[in-house]
Design a protein around this ligand. Structure first.
Ligand SMILES: Cc1cc2nc3c(=O)[nH]c(=O)nc-3n(C[C@H](O)[C@H](O)[C@H](O)COP(=O)(O)OP(=O)(O)OC[C@H]3O[C@@H](n4cnc5c(N)ncnc54)[C@H](O)[C@@H]3O)c2cc1C
Length: 349
């Protein structure tokens, strides 16, 4: 077969690299432009829940994740003030691997398959071009929006034990939430999403935000924890309102289309899934079986129909998780409701 028309992917995160791998497996010439380099830490709970592992399996990547030391999370505990849920089994285990290892292994796989990876290289073209896919990650919330959402992540070193009652503990508060879960190498991921009103700042430093208030269960878990200093990272201005791919001028996948609230633990799955959905239309374009505009429209339609329901439910879940009502008696009942838990888990992935 002739090599076909080339595809350029802007952004070598999970969506861009997964798409690059899928296209290389079909012999499509691909170049990825990545502004950063590998390995690198990313703000992420590093907890893959939903269809992501199945996509990885279909693309022949799952075994590589396991070889890299990915661990399974099977149980979850939700804590809100003095209220707590029972420890529940996840309907399907989640896969936990640091982004430090994950992004690097995908980048290596892409290159082994003959893909061209340009690191430390930022794409700056603004116009929409044929053959170019944007996988540049989250879109930044416009400056005047209130409140502002930001995320912070760090790893607790293996030498500093953290006693967890469940594989994933979610600690909820009216101004955000924080997850703690084990990852590869015996480390523990601590990742929080916080909101601040304009003009306000959270008191203290990043380790203080992650450790929680003195007297809380979160502080009992992490008060003495030693964070690996090089693992700290943060992102600000997160745009959590659902967006539609069909409304974009460009061909987009992953968080560039829309970001699901991190509480779902489904953002990485959506990055993998949207990449997989884009493979066939782009391969057809590359082989001159489909023009660019219909290929782009097909990808957008597939993404929108696949993600619409879970994004709508994720928005409700996010609202519920930070509702002050969760602290009171109603919260105790909600956290104990198996029906609500199963509904939310199923509908957000
Ligand atoms: C606080 C928080 C916690 C989260 N926890 C979880 C979780 O536990 N589980 C889960 O599944 N999801 C989680 N997520 C979501 C998850 O991290 C994202 O959904 C996922 O990273 C999206 O992948 P992506 O490839 O679309 O974007 P990214 O992984 O962000 O990759 C985008 C890439 O594009 C590059 N780039 C950007 N602009 C350019 C340019 N102009 N030129 C070249 N390169 C460019 C960037 O350097 C980056 O490497 C969390 C998110 C946050 C904020």
């Amino acid at each position: 077969m002739p090599p076909g028309k080339p595809i350029t992917i802007v952004g070598g995160g999970l969506a861009g690299l997964t798409l690059g791998i899928g296209l290389r497996q079909r012999g499509v010439p691909v170049t990825i432009w990545e502004a950063g380099r590998y390995p690198r830490h990313r703000v992420c709970g590093e907890f893959i829940s939903g269809n992501g592992p199945a996509v990885l399996e279909r693309l022949g990547l799952f075994a590589r994740f396991e070889q890299a030391g990915a661990v399974y999370a099977r149980t979850v505990l939700l804590v809100c003030g003095s209220n707590r849920s029972p420890i529940r089994q996840l309907a399907a285990p989640a896969l936990c691997l640091s982004r430090h290892a994950m992004d690097a292994l995908l980048a290596e796989t892409f290159q082994q398959l003959g893909g061209e990876l340009l690191v430390n290289t930022r794409w700056s073209a603004v116009e929409n071009r044929e053959g170019v896919v944007l996988a540049t990650g989250r879109r930044v919330q416009s400056g005047e929006k209130n409140p502002r959402w930001f995320g912070v992540k760090a790893h607790v070193s293996r030498s500093s034990p953290v006693n967890l009652e469940a594989d994933l503990e979610m600690h909820l508060a009216p101004d955000g939430y924080l997850g703690i879960n084990r990852i590869n190498g015996g480390e523990v991921n601590v990742c929080g999403l916080f909101r601040v009103r304009q003009g306000n700042r959270l008191p203290g430093s990043k380790p203080d935000w992650l450790r929680g208030e003195v007297g809380s269960l979160l502080h009992a878990r992490l008060g003495a924890a030693e964070f690996a200093p090089d693992s700290f990272c943060s992102v600000a201005g997160l745009q959590l309102k659902p967006q539609r791919a069909a409304a974009k001028k460009e061909c987009c996948i992953g968080d560039t289309v829309t970001m699901t609230p991190p509480v779902t633990g489904n953002g990485m799955s959506m990055a993998f899934e949207s990449a997989e959905l884009a493979i066939e239309p782009l391969a057809a374009y590359s082989q001159a079986q489909l023009d660019w505009a219909p290929a782009q429209a097909q990808i957008a339609r597939l993404c929108d129909t696949t993600f619409a329901r879970r994004l709508a439910w994720a928005r409700r879940l996010q609202w519920m998780m930070i509702s002050p009502a969760l602290q009171g008696r109603l919260g105790a009942r909600l956290l104990h409701s198996d029906w609500l838990w199963q509904l939310m888990f199923k509908q957000t992935r």
